[in-house]
Write a protein that binds this ligand. Structure first.
Ligand code: SAH
Ligand code: DHB
Ligand code: MG
Length: 224
């Protein structure tokens, strides 16, 4: 019942605020055709990411977890012409679907898809002196979230915003004994956000076409 209602409301809001877009729809169709799970953000969540990137005047964006590049398209469309987005994906076949979705959306020249385990790529980015990124979106394997957060802080500057997806998981996050194997990573992630001296953070529950879940949002503060 509630899921039906959440879907209806999402459809109404999407109709009013987020007009249908052939390139995003083509990306979702290509992802489904490739057999990917529908773990992309919703259109309304994608638009939120896009608006946050614009509010932030983001010129350098880092995304951890590409899938077929649906959220990547929303974020990359917020970039100025000299802006760049780096997105990390472990699965080469997903990365290649994402690449063709980004080419179709006219964004391939601004997006660098790095294939491999994100912890290795993050280590390489750090060694190469990449960043600081203006906005970092963490949306890959949830057990690694605490380590992704450490790298995110290292690749940030005061004023960077860090966004984490899927921090509620249908409410499972509130249960320290949850059977969902992703929950401990998400709980540690939230607890680190709460106690890190360089972060000020919140998290919001969301409902909609993707069910009951949530986003965490953190601002990187100056070192004391
Ligand atoms: N941000 C995307 C959805 C990402 S789904 C969107 O909203 O459109 C999570 C992705 O993280 C999956 O494609 C998965 O293959 C990838 N992933 C999982 N473990 C990873 C790892 N260790 N390193 C990099 N990517 C990983
Ligand atoms: C899952 C991962 C996601 O990034 C998402 O948005 C939804 C679900 C998952 O692993 O179940
Ligand atoms: Mg997600």
């Amino acid at each position: 019942m509630s899921q039906e209602l959440w879907k209806e409301v999402d459809a109404y809001i999407a109709g009013a605020l987020v007009p249908e877009d052939p390139q995003l729809l083509a990306a979702l169709a290509a992802n489904a055709a490739a057999g990917m799970p529908a773990h992309d953000v919703s259109a309304l969540q994608g638009k939120l990411l896009h608006l946050l990137a614009r509010i932030q005047n983001a010129r350098l964006i880092l995304e951890i977890g590409t899938l077929g590049g649906y959220s990547t398209i929303w974020l990359a469309r917020a970039l100025p012409s000299d802006g760049r987005l780096t997105t990390l994906e472990i699965d080469p076949s997903r990365a290649s679907v994402a690449k063709s979705n980004l080419v179709r959306a006219g964004l391939a020249s601004q997006v660098d898809i790095r294939v491999g385990p994100a912890l290795e790529t993050l280590h390489a980015l750090k060694s190469d002196g990449a960043g600081p990124f203006d906005l970092i979106f963490i949306d890959a394997d949830k057990p690694s979230n605490p380590r992704y957060l450490e790298y995110a802080i290292e690749l940030s500057r005061p004023g960077t915003i860090i966004i984490g997806d899927n921090v509620v998981r249908a409410g499972a996050v509130a249960d320290p004994h949850s059977a969902d194997p992703n929950v401990p990573g998400v709980r540690t992630f939230l607890e680190l956000l709460g106690r890190h001296p360089r972060l000020s953070a919140t998290a919001l529950q969301t409902v909609g076409v993707k069910g009951h879940d949530g986003f965490a949002l953190a601002l990187v503060l100056p070192a004391q």
